[in-house]
Structure formats: C-alpha cells, structure tokens
Design a protein around this ligand. Sequence first.
Ligand code: AMP
Length: 124
Amino acid sequence: MPIDPTLPYDDNNIFAKILRDEIPSNRVYEDEWAIAFHDINPQAEIHVLVIPRGRWVSWDDFSARAEAEEVAGFIRAVGNVARQLGLVEPGYRLLANIGQNGGQEVPHLHVHLFGGQALGRMIA
Ligand code: AMP
C-alpha cells in the first residue's frame, strides 16, 4: 500500500531498522550521510537503494526541510554509489517514488538506482 508522504516520520519503518542494523541488508556503500543496499526484489540487473541516514519520509520532506549540507551529502552519495558500481560509462537510472501516485511503499526517503542493462524509455 502506498504511504501518505505528509505523515510524520515513523522510526519503525523497515529502512530505519536497516539503518540500525536490526534487520539485515546487503550493503554496497556507506558514508556520513547515506547508506546503499541491494533491493530485495530487484527490477533490473542492478537495483540498489540509496537512503539518507536522516529521518526523512520522502523527497518532498527532504527537499523542503533538510539542511543544505545534508542535501549535498546525500546527492553526492548517490553519485558515489553509481561510480563505485561502475555504472557511469554504461549509464544508469535514478527514481524516487513519492506518495500515492508515485507508489511509495516505504516511508523513508530512498532513491532507486537501476543499471547493468539497457533500461528502455522512462515509464514502462
Ligand atoms: P518504493 O515503492 O519506492 O517505496 O520502493 C520500496 C522498495 O523497497 C521496493 O523496491 C522493495 O523491493 C524494497 N524493499 C522492501 N523491503 C526491503 C528490504 N528489507 N531490503 C531491501 N529492499 C527492500
């Protein structure tokens, strides 16, 4: 079920638990601002989720309220993950789902990073 992105942050969401290492994940990257791990239900050859360490429900919440340093740190982390995975030259895709129409299911900001194959045009 898609989430309401205007609700307050829920510390019991699944990505909060992954951040606290209360449930396992296959991490591929971490720094001061973000962690990245493989999506449990991959939609492409490479499907990684990049999430900020901060308590942000969605891209809307984050872009409206996060400090500039954290916004920059998170965006740089997304780029670092793609470079580390060798995806720059072959190319990749970023996607952030927000709320009902976006189909957002986990109420902690995450950017999907897809790669490892030709991804076609935009929305299937
Ligand atoms: P979204 O629809 O943008 O909220 O995407 C949520 C994503 O989280 C989906 O692609 C799920 O497959 C993924 N996901 C849910 N639980 C886990 C988990 N425990 N570990 C890794 N990925 C997960």
